[in-house]
Design a protein around this ligand. Structure first.
Ligand code: NAI
Length: 467
Protein backbone atom coordinates (compact mmCIF):
# COMPACT_ATOMS: atom_id res chain seq x y z
CA UNK A 1 0.00 0.00 0.00
CA UNK A 2 1.35 3.43 -1.01
CA UNK A 3 0.56 6.87 0.26
CA UNK A 4 -2.68 7.76 2.04
CA UNK A 5 -4.77 10.78 1.12
CA UNK A 6 -7.63 12.64 2.75
CA UNK A 7 -9.22 12.99 -0.68
CA UNK A 8 -8.61 11.37 -4.05
CA UNK A 9 -10.29 12.87 -7.09
CA UNK A 10 -10.69 10.55 -10.08
CA UNK A 11 -10.57 12.61 -13.27
CA UNK A 12 -8.60 15.77 -14.05
CA UNK A 13 -11.22 17.61 -16.12
CA UNK A 14 -12.83 20.94 -15.18
CA UNK A 15 -14.81 19.25 -12.39
CA UNK A 16 -11.96 17.15 -11.02
CA UNK A 17 -9.02 19.53 -11.27
CA UNK A 18 -10.97 22.46 -9.82
CA UNK A 19 -12.17 20.22 -6.99
CA UNK A 20 -8.57 19.13 -6.28
CA UNK A 21 -7.37 22.75 -6.17
CA UNK A 22 -10.16 23.81 -3.80
CA UNK A 23 -9.52 20.77 -1.56
CA UNK A 24 -5.84 21.67 -1.39
CA UNK A 25 -6.68 25.32 -0.64
CA UNK A 26 -8.74 24.08 2.30
CA UNK A 27 -5.72 22.19 3.67
CA UNK A 28 -6.84 18.71 2.62
CA UNK A 29 -4.15 16.28 1.46
CA UNK A 30 -5.29 15.59 -2.10
CA UNK A 31 -4.41 13.45 -5.10
CA UNK A 32 -5.95 13.64 -8.55
CA UNK A 33 -5.86 10.65 -10.92
CA UNK A 34 -5.88 11.31 -14.66
CA UNK A 35 -5.53 8.73 -17.43
CA UNK A 36 -4.78 11.21 -20.23
CA UNK A 37 -1.19 12.39 -20.62
CA UNK A 38 -2.35 15.93 -19.92
CA UNK A 39 -4.74 17.43 -17.37
CA UNK A 40 -7.89 19.35 -18.30
CA UNK A 41 -10.18 16.52 -19.43
CA UNK A 42 -12.35 16.63 -22.53
CA UNK A 43 -12.90 20.38 -22.21
CA UNK A 44 -9.27 21.44 -22.51
CA UNK A 45 -7.93 18.59 -24.65
CA UNK A 46 -10.66 17.77 -27.16
CA UNK A 47 -13.65 19.98 -26.36
CA UNK A 48 -14.31 23.57 -25.30
CA UNK A 49 -10.82 24.95 -25.81
CA UNK A 50 -9.78 23.53 -29.21
CA UNK A 51 -13.28 24.15 -30.57
CA UNK A 52 -13.23 27.78 -29.42
CA UNK A 53 -9.83 28.18 -31.04
CA UNK A 54 -11.13 26.83 -34.36
CA UNK A 55 -14.41 28.75 -34.12
CA UNK A 56 -12.47 31.97 -33.71
CA UNK A 57 -9.90 31.43 -36.44
CA UNK A 58 -12.32 29.92 -38.97
CA UNK A 59 -14.46 33.01 -38.45
CA UNK A 60 -11.37 35.23 -38.92
CA UNK A 61 -10.60 33.37 -42.16
CA UNK A 62 -14.14 33.84 -43.37
CA UNK A 63 -14.12 37.52 -42.45
CA UNK A 64 -10.72 38.09 -44.05
CA UNK A 65 -12.08 36.73 -47.33
CA UNK A 66 -14.64 39.50 -47.33
CA UNK A 67 -12.40 42.31 -46.05
CA UNK A 68 -12.34 44.04 -49.44
CA UNK A 69 -16.04 44.88 -48.94
CA UNK A 70 -14.91 46.97 -45.97
CA UNK A 71 -12.09 48.74 -47.76
CA UNK A 72 -9.31 46.43 -46.59
CA UNK A 73 -7.40 45.08 -49.60
CA UNK A 74 -5.19 42.13 -48.64
CA UNK A 75 -5.12 40.12 -51.83
CA UNK A 76 -5.93 36.43 -52.00
CA UNK A 77 -6.71 34.85 -48.64
CA UNK A 78 -5.52 31.25 -48.40
CA UNK A 79 -6.05 28.64 -45.73
CA UNK A 80 -3.13 26.76 -44.21
CA UNK A 81 -5.10 24.15 -42.27
CA UNK A 82 -2.02 22.38 -40.88
CA UNK A 83 -0.81 25.67 -39.36
CA UNK A 84 -4.27 26.46 -38.01
CA UNK A 85 -4.35 23.03 -36.33
CA UNK A 86 -0.85 23.54 -34.92
CA UNK A 87 -1.92 26.85 -33.43
CA UNK A 88 -4.94 25.09 -31.87
CA UNK A 89 -2.72 22.37 -30.40
CA UNK A 90 -0.41 25.04 -28.97
CA UNK A 91 -3.33 26.73 -27.20
CA UNK A 92 -4.32 23.36 -25.71
CA UNK A 93 -0.76 22.62 -24.57
CA UNK A 94 -0.35 26.01 -22.89
CA UNK A 95 -3.58 25.58 -20.96
CA UNK A 96 -3.05 21.96 -19.90
CA UNK A 97 0.47 22.83 -18.74
CA UNK A 98 -1.09 25.67 -16.77
CA UNK A 99 -3.09 23.16 -14.74
CA UNK A 100 0.05 21.11 -14.08
CA UNK A 101 1.58 24.29 -12.70
CA UNK A 102 -1.48 24.93 -10.51
CA UNK A 103 -1.23 21.37 -9.15
CA UNK A 104 2.40 21.94 -8.19
CA UNK A 105 1.61 25.33 -6.68
CA UNK A 106 -1.15 23.81 -4.56
CA UNK A 107 0.89 20.69 -3.69
CA UNK A 108 -1.61 18.28 -5.25
CA UNK A 109 -0.30 14.81 -6.08
CA UNK A 110 -0.93 14.10 -9.75
CA UNK A 111 -1.33 10.33 -10.19
CA UNK A 112 -0.96 9.36 -13.86
CA UNK A 113 -2.99 6.37 -14.98
CA UNK A 114 -6.48 4.95 -14.96
CA UNK A 115 -8.21 5.24 -11.61
CA UNK A 116 -10.67 2.71 -10.29
CA UNK A 117 -12.31 2.17 -6.93
CA UNK A 118 -11.32 -1.08 -5.22
CA UNK A 119 -13.37 -0.53 -2.09
CA UNK A 120 -14.87 2.43 -0.29
CA UNK A 121 -11.49 3.59 0.97
CA UNK A 122 -9.09 2.31 -1.69
CA UNK A 123 -8.41 3.49 -5.21
CA UNK A 124 -6.24 1.67 -7.74
CA UNK A 125 -4.15 3.48 -10.33
CA UNK A 126 -3.13 1.45 -13.39
CA UNK A 127 -0.33 3.18 -15.28
CA UNK A 128 0.58 2.92 -18.99
CA UNK A 129 2.70 -0.16 -18.42
CA UNK A 130 -0.16 -1.93 -16.64
CA UNK A 131 1.38 -1.56 -13.17
CA UNK A 132 -1.25 -1.24 -10.46
CA UNK A 133 -0.80 0.79 -7.27
CA UNK A 134 -3.34 1.12 -4.48
CA UNK A 135 -3.88 4.27 -2.46
CA UNK A 136 -5.95 4.75 0.68
CA UNK A 137 -8.48 7.58 0.53
CA UNK A 138 -10.72 8.90 3.25
CA UNK A 139 -12.90 10.55 0.61
CA UNK A 140 -13.22 9.75 -3.09
CA UNK A 141 -14.63 12.12 -5.71
CA UNK A 142 -15.66 10.65 -9.08
CA UNK A 143 -15.29 13.24 -11.84
CA UNK A 144 -14.75 11.00 -14.84
CA UNK A 145 -16.85 13.04 -17.28
CA UNK A 146 -18.53 11.79 -20.42
CA UNK A 147 -17.83 10.27 -23.82
CA UNK A 148 -19.58 10.80 -27.15
CA UNK A 149 -22.75 8.79 -27.64
CA UNK A 150 -23.56 7.25 -31.00
CA UNK A 151 -26.59 5.78 -32.73
CA UNK A 152 -27.36 2.10 -32.92
CA UNK A 153 -25.48 0.47 -35.76
CA UNK A 154 -23.22 3.47 -36.39
CA UNK A 155 -19.61 2.92 -35.43
CA UNK A 156 -17.42 5.98 -34.92
CA UNK A 157 -14.01 5.24 -36.51
CA UNK A 158 -12.67 8.82 -36.08
CA UNK A 159 -11.66 8.75 -39.76
CA UNK A 160 -14.78 8.93 -41.91
CA UNK A 161 -17.39 8.73 -39.16
CA UNK A 162 -16.13 11.00 -36.41
CA UNK A 163 -17.10 12.32 -33.00
CA UNK A 164 -16.23 15.88 -31.97
CA UNK A 165 -12.68 14.63 -31.28
CA UNK A 166 -12.13 13.64 -34.91
CA UNK A 167 -13.89 16.73 -36.23
CA UNK A 168 -11.40 18.94 -34.37
CA UNK A 169 -8.48 17.44 -36.29
CA UNK A 170 -9.43 16.89 -39.93
CA UNK A 171 -6.30 17.00 -42.08
CA UNK A 172 -8.21 18.36 -45.06
CA UNK A 173 -11.33 20.47 -45.28
CA UNK A 174 -14.07 17.94 -46.14
CA UNK A 175 -15.87 18.87 -49.34
CA UNK A 176 -19.13 17.47 -48.03
CA UNK A 177 -19.74 17.15 -44.30
CA UNK A 178 -22.88 15.66 -42.80
CA UNK A 179 -23.53 16.44 -39.17
CA UNK A 180 -25.95 14.22 -37.28
CA UNK A 181 -27.47 16.27 -34.45
CA UNK A 182 -28.28 19.99 -34.31
CA UNK A 183 -27.17 20.55 -30.71
CA UNK A 184 -24.18 22.39 -29.23
CA UNK A 185 -21.45 20.26 -30.77
CA UNK A 186 -23.13 19.75 -34.12
CA UNK A 187 -23.72 23.45 -34.67
CA UNK A 188 -20.36 24.72 -33.39
CA UNK A 189 -18.45 22.31 -35.61
CA UNK A 190 -20.79 22.90 -38.58
CA UNK A 191 -19.91 26.54 -38.24
CA UNK A 192 -16.14 25.86 -38.16
CA UNK A 193 -16.12 23.69 -41.29
CA UNK A 194 -18.62 25.78 -43.22
CA UNK A 195 -16.39 28.81 -42.70
CA UNK A 196 -13.34 26.85 -43.80
CA UNK A 197 -15.09 25.82 -47.02
CA UNK A 198 -17.14 22.62 -46.50
CA UNK A 199 -20.67 22.08 -47.71
CA UNK A 200 -22.46 21.23 -44.49
CA UNK A 201 -25.77 19.47 -43.99
CA UNK A 202 -27.13 19.06 -40.47
CA UNK A 203 -29.57 16.17 -40.00
CA UNK A 204 -31.66 16.73 -36.88
CA UNK A 205 -34.21 14.35 -35.41
CA UNK A 206 -36.52 17.05 -34.03
CA UNK A 207 -38.36 19.82 -35.88
CA UNK A 208 -36.03 22.43 -34.37
CA UNK A 209 -32.36 22.85 -33.44
CA UNK A 210 -30.79 23.26 -29.95
CA UNK A 211 -33.55 21.48 -28.04
CA UNK A 212 -33.95 22.83 -24.52
CA UNK A 213 -33.13 26.41 -25.47
CA UNK A 214 -35.86 29.05 -25.79
CA UNK A 215 -37.84 28.46 -29.01
CA UNK A 216 -37.49 32.09 -30.21
CA UNK A 217 -33.71 31.71 -30.01
CA UNK A 218 -33.79 28.35 -31.74
CA UNK A 219 -35.89 29.75 -34.63
CA UNK A 220 -33.68 32.82 -35.06
CA UNK A 221 -30.49 30.74 -34.85
CA UNK A 222 -31.75 28.39 -37.56
CA UNK A 223 -32.50 31.37 -39.81
CA UNK A 224 -29.05 32.87 -39.27
CA UNK A 225 -27.17 29.60 -39.81
CA UNK A 226 -29.20 28.99 -42.94
CA UNK A 227 -28.26 32.45 -44.18
CA UNK A 228 -24.62 31.53 -43.55
CA UNK A 229 -25.03 28.60 -45.95
CA UNK A 230 -25.51 25.65 -43.60
CA UNK A 231 -28.25 23.29 -44.82
CA UNK A 232 -30.67 21.56 -42.50
CA UNK A 233 -32.74 18.40 -42.72
CA UNK A 234 -35.08 18.68 -39.75
CA UNK A 235 -37.49 16.03 -38.53
CA UNK A 236 -35.11 13.48 -39.97
CA UNK A 237 -34.08 10.15 -38.54
CA UNK A 238 -30.78 8.70 -39.65
CA UNK A 239 -31.25 5.02 -40.40
CA UNK A 240 -27.77 4.02 -41.56
CA UNK A 241 -24.29 5.30 -42.25
CA UNK A 242 -22.13 3.13 -44.49
CA UNK A 243 -18.49 3.68 -45.32
CA UNK A 244 -17.47 2.85 -48.89
CA UNK A 245 -13.91 3.64 -50.00
CA UNK A 246 -13.30 6.59 -47.64
CA UNK A 247 -16.71 8.06 -48.40
CA UNK A 248 -19.78 7.80 -46.23
CA UNK A 249 -23.33 7.22 -47.34
CA UNK A 250 -25.94 8.55 -44.96
CA UNK A 251 -29.51 7.28 -45.14
CA UNK A 252 -32.24 9.19 -43.38
CA UNK A 253 -36.02 9.38 -43.39
CA UNK A 254 -38.22 12.40 -42.87
CA UNK A 255 -40.44 11.52 -39.92
CA UNK A 256 -43.40 13.57 -41.19
CA UNK A 257 -43.41 12.74 -44.90
CA UNK A 258 -41.71 9.32 -44.69
CA UNK A 259 -39.52 10.49 -47.60
CA UNK A 260 -36.22 8.63 -47.66
CA UNK A 261 -32.98 10.32 -48.67
CA UNK A 262 -29.44 9.13 -49.25
CA UNK A 263 -26.49 11.52 -49.33
CA UNK A 264 -22.84 10.73 -50.00
CA UNK A 265 -20.22 12.76 -48.19
CA UNK A 266 -16.54 12.82 -47.17
CA UNK A 267 -17.08 12.92 -43.41
CA UNK A 268 -19.91 12.34 -40.99
CA UNK A 269 -19.90 13.94 -37.56
CA UNK A 270 -22.04 12.15 -35.00
CA UNK A 271 -23.12 14.73 -32.39
CA UNK A 272 -26.17 13.19 -30.75
CA UNK A 273 -25.20 13.81 -27.15
CA UNK A 274 -22.74 12.38 -24.65
CA UNK A 275 -23.02 9.60 -22.08
CA UNK A 276 -21.43 9.41 -18.66
CA UNK A 277 -18.06 7.78 -18.51
CA UNK A 278 -17.22 5.29 -15.81
CA UNK A 279 -16.40 1.64 -15.80
CA UNK A 280 -17.38 -1.54 -14.16
CA UNK A 281 -15.99 -0.78 -10.69
CA UNK A 282 -18.92 1.59 -10.16
CA UNK A 283 -21.42 -1.17 -10.85
CA UNK A 284 -19.39 -3.64 -8.79
CA UNK A 285 -19.54 -1.29 -5.81
CA UNK A 286 -23.30 -1.01 -6.26
CA UNK A 287 -23.22 2.76 -6.52
CA UNK A 288 -26.76 3.73 -7.44
CA UNK A 289 -27.38 4.82 -11.04
CA UNK A 290 -30.50 6.37 -12.54
CA UNK A 291 -32.34 5.07 -15.62
CA UNK A 292 -29.94 7.00 -17.90
CA UNK A 293 -26.94 5.28 -16.23
CA UNK A 294 -25.92 8.49 -14.49
CA UNK A 295 -24.67 8.40 -10.92
CA UNK A 296 -27.31 9.43 -8.40
CA UNK A 297 -26.12 12.00 -5.87
CA UNK A 298 -27.83 13.84 -3.03
CA UNK A 299 -27.56 17.57 -2.23
CA UNK A 300 -24.10 16.97 -0.77
CA UNK A 301 -22.94 15.20 -3.97
CA UNK A 302 -22.75 11.93 -2.02
CA UNK A 303 -23.38 8.77 -4.01
CA UNK A 304 -25.14 5.85 -2.37
CA UNK A 305 -21.79 5.22 -0.62
CA UNK A 306 -21.34 8.04 1.87
CA UNK A 307 -17.65 8.93 1.46
CA UNK A 308 -17.75 8.51 -2.33
CA UNK A 309 -18.86 11.70 -4.05
CA UNK A 310 -19.52 12.42 -7.74
CA UNK A 311 -19.60 15.62 -9.82
CA UNK A 312 -19.83 16.83 -13.42
CA UNK A 313 -21.10 14.97 -16.48
CA UNK A 314 -21.34 11.61 -14.65
CA UNK A 315 -24.10 12.72 -12.28
CA UNK A 316 -27.86 12.98 -12.65
CA UNK A 317 -27.99 16.73 -11.99
CA UNK A 318 -27.78 19.77 -14.25
CA UNK A 319 -26.51 20.14 -17.81
CA UNK A 320 -23.30 18.56 -19.14
CA UNK A 321 -21.31 21.78 -19.02
CA UNK A 322 -17.75 22.42 -17.88
CA UNK A 323 -18.64 25.39 -15.66
CA UNK A 324 -21.37 23.40 -13.92
CA UNK A 325 -18.78 20.71 -13.16
CA UNK A 326 -16.34 23.35 -11.87
CA UNK A 327 -18.92 24.77 -9.48
CA UNK A 328 -19.78 21.26 -8.26
CA UNK A 329 -16.06 20.59 -7.77
CA UNK A 330 -15.77 23.61 -5.52
CA UNK A 331 -18.98 22.78 -3.65
CA UNK A 332 -17.99 19.18 -2.95
CA UNK A 333 -14.51 20.23 -1.77
CA UNK A 334 -16.10 22.64 0.68
CA UNK A 335 -18.55 19.97 1.86
CA UNK A 336 -15.66 17.52 2.45
CA UNK A 337 -13.92 20.27 4.44
CA UNK A 338 -17.03 20.68 6.61
CA UNK A 339 -18.29 23.85 4.93
CA UNK A 340 -21.61 24.50 3.19
CA UNK A 341 -20.84 24.01 -0.51
CA UNK A 342 -23.74 24.79 -2.82
CA UNK A 343 -24.61 25.02 -6.53
CA UNK A 344 -27.60 27.02 -7.78
CA UNK A 345 -28.90 24.87 -10.63
CA UNK A 346 -31.46 27.55 -11.59
CA UNK A 347 -28.76 29.92 -12.73
CA UNK A 348 -26.30 28.03 -14.92
CA UNK A 349 -25.55 29.91 -18.12
CA UNK A 350 -25.17 28.06 -21.41
CA UNK A 351 -23.33 29.39 -24.44
CA UNK A 352 -22.92 28.31 -28.06
CA UNK A 353 -19.80 29.95 -29.46
CA UNK A 354 -20.81 30.41 -33.08
CA UNK A 355 -20.97 33.80 -34.80
CA UNK A 356 -23.27 35.21 -33.61
CA UNK A 357 -23.11 33.59 -30.18
CA UNK A 358 -26.10 32.14 -28.39
CA UNK A 359 -26.41 32.40 -24.62
CA UNK A 360 -29.05 31.55 -22.12
CA UNK A 361 -29.65 31.53 -18.37
CA UNK A 362 -32.63 30.53 -16.24
CA UNK A 363 -36.06 29.55 -17.51
CA UNK A 364 -37.14 29.47 -21.13
CA UNK A 365 -40.58 30.76 -22.12
CA UNK A 366 -41.66 27.15 -22.77
CA UNK A 367 -40.65 26.14 -19.22
CA UNK A 368 -42.60 29.05 -17.71
CA UNK A 369 -45.70 28.04 -19.67
CA UNK A 370 -45.28 24.42 -18.61
CA UNK A 371 -44.82 25.41 -14.97
CA UNK A 372 -47.85 27.75 -15.18
CA UNK A 373 -45.80 30.76 -14.03
CA UNK A 374 -47.24 34.11 -15.13
CA UNK A 375 -44.57 36.11 -16.90
CA UNK A 376 -43.84 39.18 -18.98
CA UNK A 377 -41.37 39.38 -21.85
CA UNK A 378 -38.98 42.13 -22.91
CA UNK A 379 -37.26 41.80 -26.28
CA UNK A 380 -34.81 44.06 -28.07
CA UNK A 381 -33.16 43.49 -31.47
CA UNK A 382 -29.47 44.17 -32.14
CA UNK A 383 -30.71 45.83 -35.34
CA UNK A 384 -31.56 48.81 -33.10
CA UNK A 385 -28.32 48.69 -31.09
CA UNK A 386 -25.86 51.34 -32.23
CA UNK A 387 -22.66 49.37 -31.52
CA UNK A 388 -23.94 46.32 -33.40
CA UNK A 389 -25.05 48.47 -36.33
CA UNK A 390 -21.72 50.32 -36.36
CA UNK A 391 -19.80 47.09 -36.92
CA UNK A 392 -22.27 45.25 -39.19
CA UNK A 393 -23.12 42.60 -36.57
CA UNK A 394 -26.77 43.29 -36.01
CA UNK A 395 -28.30 39.81 -36.23
CA UNK A 396 -30.19 38.59 -33.17
CA UNK A 397 -31.86 39.96 -30.04
CA UNK A 398 -32.01 39.93 -26.25
CA UNK A 399 -35.05 38.41 -24.57
CA UNK A 400 -35.73 38.79 -20.87
CA UNK A 401 -38.47 36.90 -19.01
CA UNK A 402 -39.74 38.27 -15.70
CA UNK A 403 -42.33 37.32 -13.13
CA UNK A 404 -45.55 39.14 -14.00
CA UNK A 405 -46.24 40.22 -10.44
CA UNK A 406 -42.82 40.79 -8.86
CA UNK A 407 -40.85 41.76 -12.01
CA UNK A 408 -38.04 39.41 -10.85
CA UNK A 409 -35.90 38.14 -13.74
CA UNK A 410 -36.61 34.44 -14.32
CA UNK A 411 -34.67 33.86 -17.51
CA UNK A 412 -32.68 35.60 -20.22
CA UNK A 413 -31.79 34.54 -23.75
CA UNK A 414 -29.46 36.26 -26.18
CA UNK A 415 -28.48 35.61 -29.74
CA UNK A 416 -26.02 38.18 -30.99
CA UNK A 417 -22.49 39.54 -30.80
CA UNK A 418 -20.63 38.56 -27.59
CA UNK A 419 -23.78 36.96 -26.14
CA UNK A 420 -21.57 34.55 -24.18
CA UNK A 421 -19.92 37.42 -22.31
CA UNK A 422 -23.08 39.45 -21.89
CA UNK A 423 -25.08 36.66 -20.29
CA UNK A 424 -22.92 37.05 -17.14
CA UNK A 425 -24.65 40.37 -16.37
CA UNK A 426 -27.98 38.59 -16.32
CA UNK A 427 -26.67 35.64 -14.28
CA UNK A 428 -25.38 38.07 -11.64
CA UNK A 429 -28.66 40.00 -11.75
CA UNK A 430 -30.58 36.77 -11.18
CA UNK A 431 -28.30 35.68 -8.31
CA UNK A 432 -29.04 39.02 -6.63
CA UNK A 433 -32.77 38.62 -7.25
CA UNK A 434 -32.89 41.63 -9.59
CA UNK A 435 -36.00 42.88 -11.35
CA UNK A 436 -36.14 44.16 -14.93
CA UNK A 437 -36.53 47.62 -13.36
CA UNK A 438 -33.15 47.19 -11.61
CA UNK A 439 -31.49 46.36 -14.93
CA UNK A 440 -33.29 49.16 -16.77
CA UNK A 441 -32.11 51.68 -14.19
CA UNK A 442 -28.48 50.52 -14.26
CA UNK A 443 -26.35 52.81 -16.38
CA UNK A 444 -24.89 50.90 -19.36
CA UNK A 445 -21.99 52.40 -21.31
CA UNK A 446 -22.69 53.78 -24.77
CA UNK A 447 -22.15 52.46 -27.37
CA UNK A 448 -22.08 48.84 -26.18
CA UNK A 449 -23.86 45.64 -27.06
CA UNK A 450 -24.97 45.43 -23.44
CA UNK A 451 -27.27 48.39 -24.00
CA UNK A 452 -29.49 45.83 -25.74
CA UNK A 453 -29.92 44.17 -22.32
CA UNK A 454 -30.98 47.46 -20.76
CA UNK A 455 -33.41 48.06 -23.64
CA UNK A 456 -34.83 44.52 -23.33
CA UNK A 457 -35.41 45.28 -19.63
CA UNK A 458 -37.19 48.50 -20.64
CA UNK A 459 -39.18 46.52 -23.19
CA UNK A 460 -40.80 44.53 -20.36
CA UNK A 461 -42.93 47.62 -19.73
CA UNK A 462 -42.98 48.73 -23.36
CA UNK A 463 -40.75 51.76 -22.85
CA UNK A 464 -37.72 51.09 -25.05
CA UNK A 465 -35.97 54.22 -26.26
CA UNK A 466 -34.45 52.97 -29.52
CA UNK A 467 -37.21 50.84 -31.02
P1 NAI B 1 -26.87 17.90 -27.58
O1 NAI B 1 -27.71 17.17 -26.61
O2 NAI B 1 -26.60 19.34 -27.41
O3 NAI B 1 -27.53 17.76 -29.04
C1 NAI B 1 -27.75 16.51 -29.65
C2 NAI B 1 -28.72 16.72 -30.81
O4 NAI B 1 -28.81 15.51 -31.52
C3 NAI B 1 -30.12 17.09 -30.36
O5 NAI B 1 -30.55 18.19 -31.12
C4 NAI B 1 -30.92 15.84 -30.66
O6 NAI B 1 -32.26 16.10 -30.96
C5 NAI B 1 -30.15 15.31 -31.86
N1 NAI B 1 -30.33 13.88 -32.12
C6 NAI B 1 -30.41 12.89 -31.23
N2 NAI B 1 -30.61 11.71 -31.85
C7 NAI B 1 -30.63 11.98 -33.18
C8 NAI B 1 -30.80 11.18 -34.35
N3 NAI B 1 -30.99 9.87 -34.28
N4 NAI B 1 -30.75 11.76 -35.57
C9 NAI B 1 -30.59 13.12 -35.66
N5 NAI B 1 -30.44 13.91 -34.58
C10 NAI B 1 -30.45 13.36 -33.36
O7 NAI B 1 -25.53 17.05 -27.70
P2 NAI B 1 -24.11 17.39 -28.32
O8 NAI B 1 -24.22 18.50 -29.30
O9 NAI B 1 -23.56 16.10 -28.79
O10 NAI B 1 -23.30 17.90 -27.08
C11 NAI B 1 -23.08 17.01 -25.97
C12 NAI B 1 -22.93 17.77 -24.69
O11 NAI B 1 -21.77 18.56 -24.71
C13 NAI B 1 -24.11 18.68 -24.47
O12 NAI B 1 -24.71 18.29 -23.26
C14 NAI B 1 -23.53 20.06 -24.36
O13 NAI B 1 -24.04 20.69 -23.22
C15 NAI B 1 -22.02 19.85 -24.21
N6 NAI B 1 -21.32 20.83 -25.01
C16 NAI B 1 -21.33 22.14 -24.64
C17 NAI B 1 -20.72 23.08 -25.41
C18 NAI B 1 -20.77 24.49 -24.98
O14 NAI B 1 -21.01 24.75 -23.83
N7 NAI B 1 -20.57 25.43 -25.88
C19 NAI B 1 -20.03 22.75 -26.64
C20 NAI B 1 -20.08 21.36 -26.94
C21 NAI B 1 -20.70 20.46 -26.13
Amino acid sequence: MSEEFEAVVIGGGPGGYVCAIRLAQLGIKTACIESRETLGGTCLNVGCIPSKNLLNFSDNFHKAKHFSNLGIEIGEVKLNLAKMMKNKDKAVTILTKGIEFLFKKNKITHLKGKGSILDKNTVTVTDNSGKKTNYKAKNIVIGTGSVPATLEGIKIDEKTIVSSTGALSFEKVPKELIVIGGGYIGLELSSVWKKLGSNVIVVEFLDHIIPGMDKDISTEFLKILHKQGINFKLDSKVTAVTVVKNKAIVDFTNKKTAKRERIECDKVLVAVGRKSNFDEDISKLNIKLDSQRKIEVNNRFETSIKNIYAIGDVINKGPMLAHKAEDEGIAVAEIIAGQAGHVNYNIIPAVIYTTPEVASVGKTEQQLIKEKINYKTGKFPFMANSRAKAINESDGFVKILVDQKTDKVLGAHIIGPHAGEMIAELAVAMEFGASSEDIARTCHAHPTFSEAIKEAALAVDKRTIHS
